[in-house]
Design a protein around this ligand. Structure first.
Ligand code: XMP
Ligand code: MG
Length: 183
């Protein structure tokens, strides 16, 4: 087996490119309805949310601007450290803005609940969250995620922006890793 063959690192496909595209269109329609007539600032969380941001923003009909934050809560492995640090802050003043945080995945919810509190302290008109994926652990924390693409089982997933040690972000589908990759 060629160790550089990405396919051989995957156990199974959770969502295909087509399924993701359809779900993102549904989320965009909901967001367009909810924000009718208002400008939205999409805040993407680097790097995982890059693909969701690219596709969601293009599926929206509302006026949007985009900005990015980079925070660290995970190292290169699969375990949450519980510590959130801002690696790159926004360039936009949030005062009076309708902010929609765009995330790839919510697991423990630590990152997003910290981020939401942080952004709320900057005087926006509103802060909501859109996450493409949500793991079961997220139900244990008190965090209101208004837009969720899919509730998934508690498995480590990669692709469509999600990485394992910085690999697999470029896959156009979402899949689970074969055990030989991380064991
Ligand atoms: P918390 O636990 O704070 O974590 O909600 C959110 C961040 O953890 C990363 N994460 C993952 N990344 N596959 C990944 O590639 C996963 O299955 C996974 N689970 C959590 C991700 O960076 C997310 O923003
Ligand atoms: Mg992320």
């Amino acid at each position: 087996m060629d160790s550089h063959d990405v396919q051989s690192d995957l156990k199974h496909v959770l969502y295909t490119r087509e399924q993701i595209a359809d779900r993102i269109k549904e989320l965009a329609a909901e967001i367009d309805r909810d924000y009718a007539g208002r400008d939205v600032l999409l805040v993407g969380v680097l790097k995982g949310a890059v693909m969701v941001m690219a596709d969601l923003s293009r599926a929206l009909h509302s006026h949007v601007s985009m900005d990015w934050m980079a925070v660290s809560s995970y190292g290169s492995g699969t375990q949450s450290s519980g510590v959130v640090r801002i690696l790159k802050d926004l360039e936009t003043d949030l005062l009076g803005k309708h902010v929609l945080i765009v995330e790839d995945i919510i697991d423990s919810g630590l990152t997003l609940s910290w981020l939401r509190t942080n952004l709320e302290s900057r005087g926006p008109a509103s802060v909501e969250i859109c996450a493409l994926l949500r793991k079961p652990a997220a139900s244990k924390v008190d965090i209101d995620v208004k837009y969720v693409g899919y509730d998934i089982p508690n498995e480590f997933v990669v692709g469509y922006g999600l990485d394992f040690a910085e690999k697999y972000r470029n896959l156009d589908f979402i899949g689970t890793l074969a055990p030989h990759v991380y064991e």
